[in-house]
Design a protein around this ligand. Structure first.
Ligand code: 9PG
Length: 872
């Protein structure tokens, strides 16, 4: 029997397999020692397979009803015992507790003998935030964590237990101290009837022990993302959302006023998404009709946003319906029902949505509901909404009776989301909100990972329901989850930390609290959605928005997966120190969430150890208005006010930096020139000689040729789908990432196309490029980093100036450039220390007698870089 054994992580041994069921109307519990193979657990046959050994194992189980009668199976579980190396169960054990859905508590708690406190406000409200409406009586005194849990001792060994959820079942981890060891049990909720002979697959579970809790979480999320085929490659999202300024009082006039302000402030507030939130709809459930506050209708709002050059986003709550809606009037049989009475399920209570407050829930296992969802989201997508915020999703997974009695609650939600995805299309950005986490992996592009923020730090008195305080709207609650779930970012989806508010009016947040929230968003690299009244923002607030977006983008593009890490994820309720990679540098954020001033400190070595690559010996540079830090004996320390935070950049000293051209180098085809030939052939023929004669610079040529181009988006998409990457492209990115070598594409092409190509190819990289957006159906282009007069390349992105920009900040780091073109790559090649070239760049360098290395594919470049590193 394989037990896990790790010198730093200790020993994990299997203990028991158990099943909770109902037999002859009574609760039954069967258990036996856990082992791989085929086990008889009461009337159930469970086939268990274990993969892996050493420090990590994955258990897979298939369950069959071998009895003569149908069997109501509540849950199947597996129990383990963890003994940390050498340790008696020291006081100070901690648990990183994960909540059930977006808004549920995630944070560190003490692993005491009392266990998770009983929920004081009844099973109905408990069920909003836990897979178990009421935990089994035998779980009193256990700690409960949904999905996954990490156990750790301060600075010491850690153990991770988690369920790789994909919509088959909800998993819960229960933990308890047991003498000198910890018992760790994973239960999966089936809550379904298995007919005689019927079988079902459980979700795999994963266990790992090691020295570093943060690394265990990341490895778990990598495995989960791979198993459930997470959508990890959507572009970085920066946008505006109507909710936290207007709330329910949003109007067409207020919305369009903000749209106009955003269009006018594009250079100051660099966002590309405008999202309308709750308050526009005729009734909850009727998602294709507006109310009187939006007289122009929904399609007109999408058009207005798109014509202004932004992506259009819309809030809906796909499974919620109210009595005032047409959908409920027409289809009273589409609802989930109460298990006991068969009455329509009162899913949630919402005083603003409906007259008497009760909100009902569509049953996603009803075939007509699937068709309805598909149709609704196809229509919204066709109207032009490419970003769909899907809210209150937990409603579909409430305890209820559904049309299909064989679907678990997780499956119900999964089916509903599948219908939404199939209607909205592959291309749409779907944001889960109020969403049980596991079943959404692989279907949503973004996920709200915390409670609502708000223009206040603590929960408002009206929302304080006992037991729910950590899950209701409050800046502090949002901050906590943003930091405690940073490890999910780009492994399971894009993390949505909820909106940024920078305003000084209409807000109870102090400037320290505003900064702490902005820092939490920036350092975790998540989505940045501004939710202020834009016309009212002053220059200082706009600068804060801009800087937050730029930093979050830098973190987000720094790695294939999430680049941010809480150093001791379970050590405090809210992590004190979070560090992130940022193009060869490190960011480090220090938080004081407490109500008293406090000084927070971190060792440079701990920041350095969190990712590959060395740090330079340079002082920490304050960001986002942070105070200077005190540094001595390798420690960075700052005195912080209550609810305060500070963010610093620590310069990196990587072994190399690699810049790479895109068109014809990273990708096989040349996107820009192919499009120009196909779609602007006549203009191109007229302009080309002028470019050749030097009457036009490369960028002037682009402007004349492409600005105003009426290339339908569907045609651009069809073309982008034909673009292939160099066969060594992925290897090059991965090779650099594993060594802490910053890698950046320098392209005289366009950001929009590079974003889409990363999504299509499932690869991530940092880049500098020109800007492209659609305005009134035509291309609008703007230069990204034009040459500054010291270079005569005349391109929109002067690659030499980008290299010099890097050099000025990282003196002594050898610069590599990879390219193929004689125009935009030449100035970069002249500025680099080591050049890999092919095609016309190679010819040009030959003519000039400049040394370079010739390559055919990027595999050759990786080999060359490896040789260069080996030389030292
Ligand atoms: C719109 C809002 C915003 C927000 C969402 C969600 O527990 N509650 O009563 C509760 C109400 C609203 C809420 C979360 C919880 O907010 O997270 O961003 O879209 O709906 O109504």
């Amino acid at each position: 029997m394989p037990a896990l054994r790790d010198p730093a992580g200790g020993v994990l041994e299997p203990v028991r397999l158990f099943a909770r069921s109902r037999e002859a109307g009574r609760e039954a519990f069967h258990e036996l020692p856990l082992a791989a193979g085929e086990l008889a657990c009461g009337p159930l046959r469970v086939r268990l397979a274990v993969e892996g050994a050493g420090d990590c194992a994955t258990w897979r189980a298939r369950v069959r009803n071998a009895g003569p009668d149908p069997l109501a199976v509540d849950a199947i579980g597996m129990g383990f015992r963890w003994r940390a190396p050498g340790a008696a169960a020291a006081p100070g054990w901690r648990l990183l507790r994960q909540g059930f859905q977006s808004w549920s508590f995630a944070g560190g708690v003490a692993l005491d003998d009392a266990g998770t406190p009983p929920f004081p406000s009844g099973p109905w409200l408990r069920g909003f935030h836990h897979a178990h409406f009421a935990p089994p009586a035998d779980r009193a005194g256990w700690h409960e964590s949904d999905g996954a849990a990490v156990l750790s001792a301060p600075g010491g060994p850690a153990c991770l237990a988690g369920v790789l959820e994909s919509g088959r079942a909800f998993g819960t981890v229960f933990v308890r101290r047991e003498g000198g060891a910890l018992r760790v049990e994973l239960e999966q909720r089936l809550e379904r009837v298995l007919a005689p002979g019927a079988a079902c697959e459980l979700e795999p579970i994963r266990l790992e022990a090691g020295a570093d809790a943060a690394a265990l979480l990341e490895a778990f999320a990598d495995a989960h993302g791979a198993f459930a085929r997470a959508r990890r490659f959507a572009p970085f999202q920066a946008g505006w959302c109507s909710w936290y300024h207007f709330f329910h009082d949003v109007t067409e006039v207020g919305f369009l006023r903000n749209l106009a302000a955003l269009a006018a402030a594009r250079d100051e507030v660099p966002i590309d998404l405008v999202q309308l939130d709750d308050g526009w709809q005729r009734a909850i459930g009727d998602w294709l009709e507006t109310n009187v506050k939006f007289p122009s209708g929904l399609a007109a709002m999408a058009h207005a946003v798109r014509d202004a050059g932004f992506h259009a986003g819309l809030w809906t709550a796909p499974f919620c319906v109210v009595p005032e809606s047409r959908v409920l009037a027409d289809h009273p049989d589409w609802l989930l029902r109460e298990v006991e009475t068969g009455e329509p399920l009162r899913g949630l209570h919402h005083g603003t949505w409906t007259k008497d407050g009760w909100v009902f829930v569509l049953d996603p296992t009803h075939p007509a509901v699937s068709v309805h969802l598909e149709h609704t989201y196809r229509t919204l997508s066709e109207m032009g909404f490419s970003y769909l915020k899907l809210d209150f999703l937990y409603a579909a997974a409430l305890q209820a009776s559904a049309r299909d009695p064989h679907a678990t609650r997780a499956e119900r939600l999964r089916r509903g989301l599948e219908a939404v995805r199939s209607g909205a299309g592959e291309h749409a950005f779907l944001l889960g909100c109020g969403c049980p986490l596991g079943p959404a992996v692989g279907l949503v592009d973004g996920m709200r990972i915390g409670p609502d923020t708000g223009p206040h730090w603590e929960p408002l008195p009206v929302t304080r329901i006992p037991g729910l305080e950590p899950a209701v709207p409050a800046g502090r609650n949002a901050l906590r989850n943003t930091l405690a779930r940073a490890w999910m970012h780009r492994r399971l989806w894009l993390d949505d930390p909820d909106c940024l508010m920078t305003r000084v009016v209409d807000s109870q947040l102090s400037r320290d609290e505003v900064r702490a929230l902005a820092i939490s968003i920036a350092v975790t690299g998540g989505m940045v959605l501004l939710s202020d009244d834009v016309p009212a923002l002053g220059p200082g607030e706009r600068a804060l928005v801009r800087e937050t977006i730029e930093l979050a983008r830098e973190v987000d593009e720094a790695g294939q997966a999430g680049a941010a890490r809480a150093l001791d994820p379970a050590g405090d309720e809210i992590p004190r120190v979070v560090t992130a990679r940022a193009f060869g540098d490190r960011l480090v954020a220090l938080f004081n969430p407490g109500d008293e001033p406090a000084s927070v400190t971190v060792a440079r070595a701990a920041v350095a150890a969190a990712a590959p690559g060395r740090l330079a010996d340079a002082p920490a540079e304050p960001l986002l208005g942070s105070p200077p830090a005190a540094e001595s004996q390798g420690r960075i320390t700052v005195a912080l006010p209550p609810h305060g935070a500070a963010l610093y950049r620590l310069r990196g000293a990587p072994a190399l930096v690699v810049f790479c051209d895109y068109d014809g180098t990273f990708a096989v085809q040349d996107v820009g020139s192919t499009l120009a030939r196909r779609h602007a052939g006549a203009r191109r023929a007229a302009l080309w000689p002028r470019l050749e004669r030097g009457e036009l610079t490369a960028w002037e040529y682009n402007l004349e040729l492409l600005d105003g181009l009426r290339l339908p988006e569907a045609e651009l998409e069809a073309f982008l789908r034909t673009v292939e990457l160099d066969p060594g492209a992925r290897e090059l990115v991965a090779w650099c990432e594993a060594r802490g070598i910053p890698f950046r594409v320098l392209s005289d092409g366009f950001d929009r196309n590079l974003d889409r190509l990363q999504e299509l190819h499932g690869v991530r990289f940092a880049y500098d490029a020109n800007h492209l957006r659609y305005e009134h159906g035509a291309w609008r282009i703007a230069a990204g980093h034009p040459s500054d007069g010291r270079c005569d390349c005349g391109t929109g992105v002067c690659k030499r100036s980008r290299i010099e920009h890097f050099r000025a900040r990282h003196p002594g780091v050898p610069v590599v450039h990879i390219g193929n073109g004689r125009v935009s790559d030449l100035c970069a090649a002249l500025a680099a220390d080591l050049v890999f070239a092919k095609d016309s760049l190679a010819d040009e360098l030959d003519e000039r007698g400049i040394a370079y290395r010739r390559f055919a594919t990027l595999h050759d470049v990786v080999a060359g870089l490896a040789a260069r590193l080996a030389e030292g």
